[in-house]
Write a protein that binds this ligand. Sequence first.
Ligand code: MN
Ligand code: MN
Length: 298
Amino acid sequence: MQIEDYVKAGKIAAEVREMVRTKDWIGKTVYDICEEIEGEIKKKGAKCAFPVNTSINEIAAHYTAEPNDPLTIKDTDLLKIDLGAQINGHIADTAVTVCYDAQYDGLVQAAEEALGNAMSMIKAGVKASDIGRTIETTIKQLGYKPIANLSGHSLEQYTIHAGKSIPNIWSIGGFSLSENSAYACEPFVTTEQGGGFVRNGQIKNIFGLNSRKKTKNEEADKLLDFIWENFNMLPFALRWITKEWEEKKAKELLDFLVKKKAVQAYPVLIEVNEQRVAQAEHTFIPNENGVTVTTAAP
Ligand code: MN
Ligand code: MN
């Protein structure tokens, strides 16, 4: 457990997130947004832990820009930007929602308030199910719905979802937080008209290594090595390999690796009633004095 690396990555991620929060993204393409934010993370001395997610309106999570993606932010959009910095594989995972339709300001505030209330109860030994209860209660009292099938997660070196879930609703069982382990908490909130669940969409533009087993296709195996050397087991995007391979070829090889199950493709997640979704997220480490929120605002 490299606390210093977690703290360093957290500070960088938090600084970039606060820049994201205040900037006007209307009229910008998601491609430019992803590239700008990823550039900021690198400029500050970290690597990206995953491609920046720019999930708009009813898309709750897992949309990142395709190469030169022309999708443009409108003045009525609600945009969730989820970003990750890592140092030696020690990850800071954080998200913010920017909203250009005042009608949905309450949705954004509910996500922030749920996250704030969750953070203020964190110490070693707290049950994940009690965090879920706090998140659910906060959101419902404000007249909104939590997304029940999205949750926070434990983090390990080079592993974003390391096996343990921090739910956004009360649920039976679960684990208790350990001292000096890293976790992310991420309430997702939708409107009363929402179903409170997400489903998989058609689009898949985030990928992750599954297996390093050779495919006997020389070029595909070269890409497999490139992925391992540059991203380890962390997620990546097509944009991240089109400097080494021409886009059409890169897409072909990636499709091949997905078919061979060497690489996994993650679908976008959409609110089942197509209602808008807001998100807020922090990474934190419980310690003997309470908690270090590594991505706390500077
Ligand atoms: Mn995240
Ligand atoms: Mn997360």
